[in-house]
Design a protein around this ligand. Sequence first.
Ligand SMILES: [Zn+2]
Length: 504
Amino acid sequence: MKTAVIYARYSSERQTEQSIEGQLRVCHEFAERNDLKIIDTYIDRAMTGTNDNRAAFQKMLSDSDKPQPWEIVLVYALDRFGRNSIEVAVNKQRLQKNGKILISATQRTSVNIDGTQNLDGIILENVLIGLSEYYSAELSQKIRRGQNESRLKGNFAGGKVPYGYTTANKKIIVNEERAEIVRWMYQSYSTGKIVREIIEELTARGVTHMGKPFKANTIYKILRLEKYIGIYRHGDEVFTNIYPQIVPTELFNRVQTMLAKNKLGSSSREVAFLLKKKVICGICGKPINGESGTSQNGTTMYYYKCSNRKKHHSCSKESIRKADLEEMVLNTTLMLLNKPENLSAIAEEVIEVHRKRAREQAVLALLRDERSKAQKALNNLMKALEAGIFTATTKDRITELELQIDELNGRILSEECKEANLLTKEDVEMFLLDALKAEPQLLIDTLIDKIILFDDEVEIFYKYSQNNNPDDLTKEIRRDFCLPWGKRIAVTDRHIIYAADLGT
Ligand SMILES: [Zn+2]
């Protein structure tokens, strides 16, 4: 059994903050599920404004410098570990140096509990810089602190108990056998199985609901039930202490994205325009935005329209139906990814860009900056020493600075090594194929730089090109790719350009 400590932090300035109790509960549940023994907790409570000393956090870090009976620091979310991604990385690095592992109870991390590296985690942390912050922001939005948490002791207030749970002593507890089935449903749906297939497979396995095969509606309800990630809403209040979480948050969120996508164009009120801020009018050069309108028979229509035409009627660009454009862009991009030589070319460019980015990366820059500051301080002290200015503390300070520089050199070196073998092409290819396919928005955000839309043609500019000047377009064709319907696609020095006929 692995041993761990929990670090929890609550800052009152953040309205969407999960309470300390909520964080601890989620961490303890995670520990139980993963066979972790919690032997201590470090808690920073109620800090206000910038007066952010994080005494417990500092103590935990300095404890980690010495031999400890624990191997893992468990946090509710990675953002507990610093006020920004740089701090998180630096602090995580310190733990790693001390042979300790940082694990989040709600987010995938680059290292697993057993110390092995988690490819998905590494890629999420490194390839998609910034996206993990996107996820945690979304997460904190969802988990609003239940105002009544202290009053309500987590008791079940009555009503229908959802599938996967049961009750004991006024508390909701997990029905493990059914919880396993719930997780299986989420997994299956997230990997592309449709609800009908899920029902068929369950029925074949003899898994039924109240003696009958599951109904599609029941499955949809299960796939949308927030209680499975431990969230219960009552009016405006949110309680996280009533339902134990049985579906990983990341999986739940992924399924919600897919569900939302699958019902686009139906009754969904909040329609996601996947190509938001990416499309430019080929005729006048102004942005093309998502719009909606009501047709004569009363149904809502969604389309992309030139902003210039909308405001000043001074552009002749026709609007295009949202579904048509998005489908074309997604299909084209997936088709691109599906061709091994394309996948390989994109993966190489992704690697190149991210190596470059990693080299300039903030962590390394921060460490080097720290080192140069320490070096400067040391130089000044040496000068003072030469000038005969000497106090009792001078020598201590010099030794301290020398040690600090030594340590920084080590960390810089390890950071540089890490960068050198950060990602393999296979990692990136796998990521491009699996993770991106499941999430159209991620696919678009990750790969597409911009889209220029004409009435009869669309040009998709993909990210990841060695040359970073997007305005200087040369269409010199280096390689030709042939798509099934025989359209032209070319990789230029700068971009992969796909020209598609929009006439239907
Ligand atoms: Zn226009």
